[in-house]
Design a protein around this ligand. Structure first.
Ligand code: CIR
Length: 255
């Protein structure tokens, strides 16, 4: 069974963290409707969606990806780089506990799941304003028993590694080369985003399809031209909180 953990959009989302974006009014009703559509897309792609209740006092809590890394063998709770997000961790621990043995990143290290990209036995970790080398060292020690190598990866000008690069097929990355230097990535087939669509590298692979923000039609055509099926979802309101499609779910296989 494929599980997708999500969380309702917080009524406090207007107070979200912003790093590279100007604050714009967020229409909460629209954000919730888009989030519901996103969850329907996950369900249509075979996910058993487990939606956690709203956390009014945790503005960014819809972005569950940042709080945990779920590997087939173990789950690792992160210590988010933004102090305002650290209380998001406990309810995610409870949601993951039935499915995985759980470890955690300890202070003073910080790590956001948005900086973590797993490619086979390589775990890339973006060195961002949220994730540091102490977290890289801790993560390496936690995952070493299963043969994973953690690779710190510099990024420039974006929030998270997965703002700059995501995996869209077994052998293919979707990349914004303005935000990550391709030579620091594993040698794989690469599709570059359309340069007019800076935020288009964040795609969510589910099975053989990818969920991708509907507004990035040029990049979508590039992905489809490579024979990959795209499910466009409008997440424009959540994007005002600096979130993309990967950050709204934690997807893993469970018994
Ligand atoms: C934050 O700054 O933490 C949130 N406003 C956005 C987090 C987006 N998460 C992600 O891309 N993984």
């Amino acid at each position: 069974m494929r599980v997708a953990i999500t969380r309702e959009v917080s009524s406090g989302i207007a107070r979200c963290e912003l790093t590279h974006m100007e604050r714009e009014p967020i229409d909460i009703g629209r954000a919730r409707a888009q989030h519901a559509e996103y969850q329907r897309a996950l369900a249509a792609l075979g996910c058993n969606v487990v939606c956690l209740p709203e956390e009014p006092d945790l503005p960014d809590s819809v972005f569950v990806e940042d709080v945990a890394i779920v590997l087939p063998e173990i789950a690792i709770l992160t210590r988010p780089g933004a102090a305002s997000r650290r209380s998001e961790v406990e309810s995610i621990r409870a949601a993951l506990a039935p499915h995985r043995r759980i470890e955690r990143i300890d202070p003073p290290a910080t790590l956001d799941g948005g900086d973590v990209l797993v490619i086979g036995r390589t775990i890339l970790v973006g060195l961002s304003s949220r994730s540091d080398t102490r977290a890289v060292e801790q993560l390496q020690a936690i995952v070493a028993p299963w043969g994973y190598e953690v690779a710190p990866t510099p990024i420039l000008g974006c929030l998270h590694l997965k703002s700059a690069v995501t995996r869209i097929d077994d052998d293919c990355l979707l990349v914004n080369t303005a935000w990550v230097e391709p030579s620091t990535l594993p040698a794989m087939r690469r599709i570059e985003i359309d340069p007019a669509e800076s935020f288009a590298a964040n795609a969510l692979r589910v099975g053989t399809c990818v969920i991708h923000p509907a507004e990035f039609a040029r990049t979508r055509r590039r992905i489809e031209a490579e024979g990959i099926e795209v499910v466009p979802v409008d997440v424009s309101e959540l994007a005002k909180a600096e979130g993309g499609v990967t950050c709204c779910s934690l997807i893993f296989e469970a018994e």
